[in-house]
Design a protein around this ligand. Structure first.
Ligand code: SF4
Length: 428
């Protein structure tokens, strides 16, 4: 939740005070740390601060549909109507994970909510209140939140106000200002607009940690059914290729990602899995994000049915099988029904139920077979193999648990000491 954005709480966006002296008088200079020189930002007028609050509120609200972490904006339960702390619905701050596993809180916001495109699921082209940052305004708002420890980085996306190149230039100017004048060296995830030029992509990958461009739908024809003026091959795939080349030369160390609006174009899960697999293979994608389509009032799709959140969740689990477990795509097809859809069940469990014809002995199975047992992941599979290499045996569920396996999930699929570990014989 974005803290302290109401005008009543305006001190949260006050500009930074000049830095305090960093070296105590009695500290020997040889032992004193190198002083960190913070930029001095002069106090802007109060009207500027108040105006910024409103802009931040509107543009962070408009940014809530862009995803940079696998947490859904689930509706809070009605039994907690007044709960605000921990509620993931309000926009502004979201959490994401860095490549080394740290969780960082990000200021998630649009540069502008004005958009000349016609994506039928999106509220920006039809919304009545249009706002845009100036580069300095965005930097002031971000640094104010950052210095109060509310956020550690930024996820910046945008509508396409005039043409993509002009808006992209404004965005780049803002982030270059943040890096060069405000000296912010932390995490920035920057959205590349469809149609951005090659030079802009090079600039973006030079200053951002991660960049992304949304494919939205798994194919050209499906995209054109929901966004008639986006050209899949040219506006998106070509730009992803340029991003890949720039990353290869050392840009954007956290790589590129993309996002699907699940269910908006009437695609099935097999089409999403296929596109995702191609993205990992051809674009060297770090990961894909899924956003269940949610009909928004006053958009052309307001009367359509929304996509259930469980579908988004099952796609994330399937993505995990492809990306982390490295299951072949054809094997993942095994969990799809005749319409190419996932059922509402953990796909690894569904796969095991369909393919296991007998329980597996963890003392005999190779890495690939261990990984296919629900409850056993890459880490626990490697530990089992290490244990066996040292002459150890898996005699009981407790040993398996000590290696990080989720015992209850694995139990029905295991043979231990010649005995099936559970009486559940549903695979026969
Ligand atoms: S490009 Fe499409 S999805 Fe993005 S802001 Fe514009 S209308 Fe919305």
């Amino acid at each position: 939740m974005l803290p302290a954005l109401s005008p009543a709480c305006s001190p949260s966006l006050l500009p930074l005070a000049p830095p305090a002296p960093t070296k105590p008088a009695d500290t020997p200079s040889s032992l004193s740390p190198t002083p960190i020189v913070l930029p001095y930002l002069p106090l802007p007028p109060i009207t500027y601060i108040m105006g910024l609050h409103e802009k931040v509120r509107i543009l962070s609200d408009a940014g809530k549909y862009d995803i940079c972490a696998s947490t859904s904006c689930a509706n809070p339960p009605a039994v907690r109507p007044n709960a605000s702390i921990g509620n993931v619905m309000p926009p502004g701050v979201c959490h994401s994970f860095t490549p080394d596993g740290r969780c960082v809180s990000l200021f998630k916001v649009l540069y502008t909510n004005a958009c000349s495109m016609d994506c039928t699921y999106c509220t920006n082209p039809t919304c009545h209140r249009k706002e845009s940052f100036q580069p300095k305004e965005l930097c002031d708002a971000f640094m104010s939140l950052y210095m109060r420890n509310y956020v550690e980085g930024m996820f910046l996306s945008s509508g396409i106000a005039r043409d993509p190149e002009r808006t992209m230039d404004d965005i780049l100017e803002a982030i270059e200002l943040l890096r060069n004048k405000y000296r912010f060296g932390g995490y920035v995830h920057l959205k590349i607009l469809p149609g951005a030029n090659l030079d802009q992509i090079k600039r973006a990958t030079a200053i951002a940690d991660r960049v992304s461009i949304n494919v939205e739908a798994p194919s050209s024809s499906l995209l054109s059914s929901i966004a008639s003026n986006k050209e899949y091959g040219n506006d998106i795939l070509l730009r992803q290729r340029w991003i890949k080349e720039s990353i290869k030369k050392g840009g954007a160390p956290a790589g590129q990602t993309t996002q699907f609006v699940v269910g908006a174009a009437g695609e099935n899960d097999r089409e999403i899995i296929d596109r995702l697999w191609m993205e990992y293979r051809d674009m060297k994608l770090k990961r894909g994000y899924f956003s269940a389509f949610n009909p928004i009032k006053e958009t052309p799709m307001e009367k359509e049915d929304g996509t259930p959140l469980w579908r988004e969740h099952r796609l994330y689990q399937t993505d995990w099988l492809l990306r982390v477990y490295k299951f072949p795509r054809r094997e993942v097809y095994g969990v799809l029904d005749d319409d190419g859809m996932l059922e509402n069940m953990d796909p690894k469990l569904a796969l095991a139920r369909r393919t296991f014809d007998r329980p597996v002995d963890p003392n005999e199975a190779d890495y690939r077979s261990l990984l296919r047992i629900p409850g056993i992941g890459p880490t626990s599979a490697s530990r089992i193999l290490e244990h066996r290499k040292r002459g150890g045996r898996i005699e009981n569920i407790r040993t398996l648990k000590s290696m990080g396996a989720v015992a209850n999930r694995a139990r029905p699929f295991l043979m231990l000491n010649g005995w099936q570990a559970s009486m559940e014989r549903w695979w026969s």
